[in-house]
Design a protein around this ligand. Structure first.
Ligand SMILES: Cc1cc2nc3c(=O)[nH]c(=O)nc-3n(C[C@H](O)[C@H](O)[C@H](O)COP(=O)(O)OP(=O)(O)OC[C@H]3O[C@@H](n4cnc5c(N)ncnc54)[C@H](O)[C@@H]3O)c2cc1C
Length: 410
């Protein structure tokens, strides 16, 4: 009797998507040799530094239709996958393996230990329990298909591996996109989730000041975002800025990160702001402007705004004339800043770009171009806003790929 050979499944990349895909596949296949191939000495390096070392595993958003709205690239394609595997499933997955997750008040989800190593240990232990081999310090330098629809993988040391299926989970490493360019179209990678560099008198000496809800508009374009804002030594950061960096990632790259934004510090319509300012003038005529910051604007920012429009800070509300009131309304609702470059947001950053989504079957994450090749995680042209959404895309796409490979080779 002929012995049936176990299929060999190679996962390129020992990150979140690679581990999750490998474990899912191993848990659903009868017999297989599963190998995670990682170029670095250690695996799961991004998980380790993620979320400021706490790993923001996912986001507590359990409606797939709402969840996809957080993905500037990939929202259409991820809808079906999120109906199959979404944040609720990630809670269950880690819970079943002894890791408890918690939801913070902004709906970000972290391990209860507040340590990314909890997630790393869980993934490594589960991979070992499934007898998944982990080959560190092995870089895949090329791959090509043989006549049996198997894959030949070449490593940096010249060694060849023959695999029945390959899951590419290489994140945003540009090298592999060059290799894959012979099978797939690649959208040029550009950074997303960055902060804005601005030098402006209004922001001087205000680092550390934050506001709970402001609105930002990109001059000349329809991109508008809302949310908390943080003033830093180099400019502006916070969720409203990061959201804008994600929605405008390609546009900002094309503009060489030089553009103009308008901030509405009040988050309100300008006629409403005018009405409130007039009410203040009539109700508090004897109070000095400087002593009554409005719209929850911190005192030092309020002072800088008044100085910038040259309103004498010692005047009272009764002394403010119509022209000054209009200038105050303008600076509160349309405060213009020139952005001159970007800085990395240390808690989370991603790359927009990668494998063109139309060339991937989102039921299985299989290539539509070549057989037995699958994709998961950031290697795809998918990226999200900050808040745990990027890992969720990695878990979901890896789950679909791992399940599909197991089904195909069982
Ligand atoms: C500082 C930082 C903090 C972050 N924090 C968060 C967070 O809290 N929450 C969140 O949702 N997202 C976060 N992200 C984004 C998130 O880390 C990524 O979206 C996620 O790691 C993507 O997972 P991946 O497995 O697709 O890719 P990666 O994690 O990048 O893994 C890919 C792996 O493939 C390996 N590889 C590449 N090419 C080869 C090759 N040719 N041969 C062998 N191996 C190869 C790489 O070395 C790497 O280990 C953060 C990102 C950064 C940079």
């Amino acid at each position: 009797m002929n012995e049936v050979k176990k299929p060999t499944i190679c996962i390129i990349g020992g990150g979140a998507a690679g581990f999750f895909g490998a474990i899912t596949c191993a848990e659903n296949i009868k017999e297989a040799q599963i190998i995670i191939i990682e170029q670095n000495q250690t695996v799961l390096n991004k998980v380790k530094i993620s979320g400021g070392g706490r790993c923001n595993v996912t986001h507590a958003c359990f409606d797939p239709k709402e969840l996809v709205m957080y993905y500037p690239r990939g929202h259409k394609e991820l809808l079906g996958p999120f109906f199959k595997f979404q944040p609720k499933d990630i809670f269950d997955w880690f819970d079943l393996r002894g890791v408890e997750l918690k939801i913070e008040k902004d709906n970000r989800v972290f391990p209860i230990s507040d340590k990314s190593t909890t997630i790393i240990d869980c993934l490594i232990e589960n991979a070992k329990a499934c007898q998944i081999q982990i080959w560190n310090q092995t870089k895949i330098t090329d791959l090509f298909q043989n006549s049996n629809n198997q894959w030949n993988l070449r490593t940096g040391s010249g060694r060849n591996i023959v695999a029945d299926a390959v899951l590419v989970a290489t994140g945003s490493c540009p090298f592999i996109w060059d290799v894959l360019g012979k099978f797939h179209e690649i959208v040029e990678p550009v950074p997303s989730l960055f902060t804005f560099n601005i030098q402006h008198a209004i922001l001087s000496d205000l680092q550390g000041i934050s506001m709970a809800n402001i609105e930002i508009n990109l001059d000349g374009h329809k991109i508008q975002t809302e949310g908390p804002l943080l003033i830093t030594h180099w400019g502006l950061s916070g969720p409203a800025v990061l959201k804008m960096s994600a929605w405008g990632a390609r546009l900002f790259h094309a503009m060489n990160y030089r553009f103009t934004i308008h901030i509405n510090w009040t988050g309100m319509k300008s006629n409403e702001v005018e009405r409130i300012l007039l009410k203040q003038k009539f109700e508090q005529p004897k109070k000095q402007l400087i002593n009554l910051p409005m719209f929850e604007i911190p005192f030092r920012l309020w002072k800088n705004l008044l100085s910038y429009i040259k309103i004498d800070t010692s005047i009272t509300w009764s002394q403010i004339d119509d022209f000054q009131l209009q200038r105050l309304k303008m600076i509160l609702t349309k405060c213009t800043f020139k952005v001159n470059g970007k800085s990395t947001f240390k808690e989370e950053f991603v790359t927009a770009g990668g494998i063109v989504l139309e060339e991937v079957d989102f039921r299985t994450m299989a290539s539509k171009k070549v057989k037995n090749l699958y994709f998961a995680g950031e290697v795809l042209d998918i990226d999200a806003l900050t808040g745990g959404f990027n890992f969720q895309a990695a878990w979901t796409t890896a789950y679909l790929a791992g399940t599909a490979i197991a089904k195909e080779f069982s």
